[in-house]
Design a protein around this ligand. Structure first.
Ligand SMILES: Cc1ncc(COP(=O)(O)O)c(C=O)c1O
Length: 296
């Protein structure tokens, strides 16, 4: 049983008790982060904590901790879950508006509930590196603030379930004929050597991995465009990638049962995947090696 952090204490995950009156449970009134760590070292922690602050501000919930206090608590969590068999861990961190009698409006007095727990991150399998993954398209039925990392994820859950039932790993969401993102990932494509991804907007989560991958692509000399990406362009792209903190950069080789490009992970993906592994291998110390830091 892994150890969790819950409201100031470390305890076995199955000993955590959440109140039925917790607003995270009742309303999805909460935000979260998923922070990767490799060999016991955080990867891009600062960027994740910045996004957490942004999400908290967006839902008008005062941040319960300073960045250094978050770091200290999450370091404690990593230390308690240090197992050589699973050196790479994703930290799930959720902050809710707390426990109060059920009423939609904010409670006058409530302490935020804080939960952090870990799960292993597995390296990309050889099969995926050789063959890529399948994705399907689906209508984007989410709310108007997908830039907030809120736990209110029912539309994402339904889209991902639809993909799973079609034997695919991810649903790529389409709104008004344009790509927004995946159910739990950002979407990038390569067309004629150019890396293209939808611009940051209310329809897109500002992915930490997206931001790093764009930097890696620029450093590797590829032209990069953050602009609207139509369904038509998605379908004719040479390469399609999905990015997220736990799945890194995944090559999509089948889209709606049609091959993407030649149906194999493409050459630009190979290069960026390799660059990502180098960035990862330094974990926290990788940051100074990157050309122009700062999350988009
Ligand atoms: C909807 C959505 N978009 C994008 C991402 C990727 O974000 P990040 O790279 O910061 O993990 C996620 C991650 O879970 C997500 O849920």
């Amino acid at each position: 049983m892994s150890i969790a952090y819950f409201n100031g204490e470390y305890l076995p995950l199955d000993a955590v008790r959440i109140s039925p009156l917790d607003r995270g449970f009742l309303f999805g009134d909460s935000v979260y982060e998923v922070i990767p760590s490799y060999g016991g070292r955080f990867f891009l922690l600062e960027q994740h904590l910045q996004r957490l602050e942004r999400s908290l501000a967006a839902i008008r919930l005062a941040s319960p901790h300073e960045p250094s206090q978050w770091r200290e608590r999450l370091e404690g969590l990593l230390q308690r879950n240090g197992d050589p068999a699973t050196p790479d861990l994703g930290i799930y961190l959720q902050v809710t508006r707390g426990v109060a009698p059920r009423d939609h409006a904010f409670p006058a007095e409530a302490q935020p509930t804080i939960l952090a727990m870990v799960s292993p991150i597995r390296p990309l399998s050889e099969t995926i590196r050789d063959q890529g993954v399948a994705a399907v398209t689906a209508p984007d039925q989410r709310w108007a603030h997908c830039d907030i990392k809120a736990t209110t994820l029912l539309a994402n859950v339904l889209a991902r379930q639809g993909a799973t039932e079609q034997g695919a790993q991810e649903a790529i969401l389409l709104r008004d004929g344009q790509v927004t993102e995946g159910a739990a990932s950002n979407v990038l494509v390569v067309v004629d050597g150019e890396v293209i991804t939808p611009p940051l907007a209310a329809t897109v989560l500002p992915g930490v991995t997206r931001s790093l991958v764009l930097k890696l692509a620029r450093s590797a000399g590829y032209p990069v465009a953050e602009r609207n990406l139509s369904e038509h362009e998605l379908r004719r792209a040479d390469e399609v990638w999905l990015t997220s903190s736990t799945r890194e950069v995944l090559p999509v080789t089948r889209l709606d049962d049609q091959p993407v490009g030649d149906g194999r992970p493409g050459p630009v993906w190979q290069r960026i995947h390799a660059a990502y592994q180098v960035a990862k291998s330094g974990a926290e110390t990788a940051r100074p090696a990157l050309p122009s830091e700062g999350m988009a």
